[in-house]
Design a protein around this ligand. Sequence first.
Ligand SMILES: [Fe+2]
Length: 175
Amino acid sequence: MTTLAQPNRARAADLFAALPRSASGTPAAYLDAARRTLEALMRRPDLLDGLTLERRPGGYARNLLFGQGQISVWAMVWSPGARTSVHDHHCSCCFGVWKGAIQEVWFRPINAHEAVATAEATRERGYVACMMPTGPNLHQIANPGSEEAISIHVYGFDHAVHASSVRTEYRMAAV
Ligand SMILES: [Fe+2]
């Protein structure tokens, strides 16, 4: 993990500043604010300019852009062949596709350890999604293409407390 919060604090600071404030409101109000912030971040063509993003051949790398209190914002670089576990989240999660395209597969748990795939979609540049831990949020993200992809994630977790947004990892059940 690369930590860029300090040198990057001035970058898009006007947008990031509203996030911790909105986290003190209702979950619905926060999620709405997080989505609007993420959409605004996606319209900043210079958001990642000049940053040395960590990359992991065949996998994905997380780069912290902003972290304050219960909010952390990350740029995730998806190398060709990257694939997460099947996982759900302990916190809110908003993400937008900044560059390229990623594949998202949704799952339904069949017990505490196994899940079956229920839907699959390709998320292109500009796509934005938000989910709460209380709603459907069991998924897997991959980059099956031959080009690098980058996504921006706004999470409702304190990066100094939690290693990631993942609550539980599941095995893919045989169907
Ligand atoms: Fe996720």
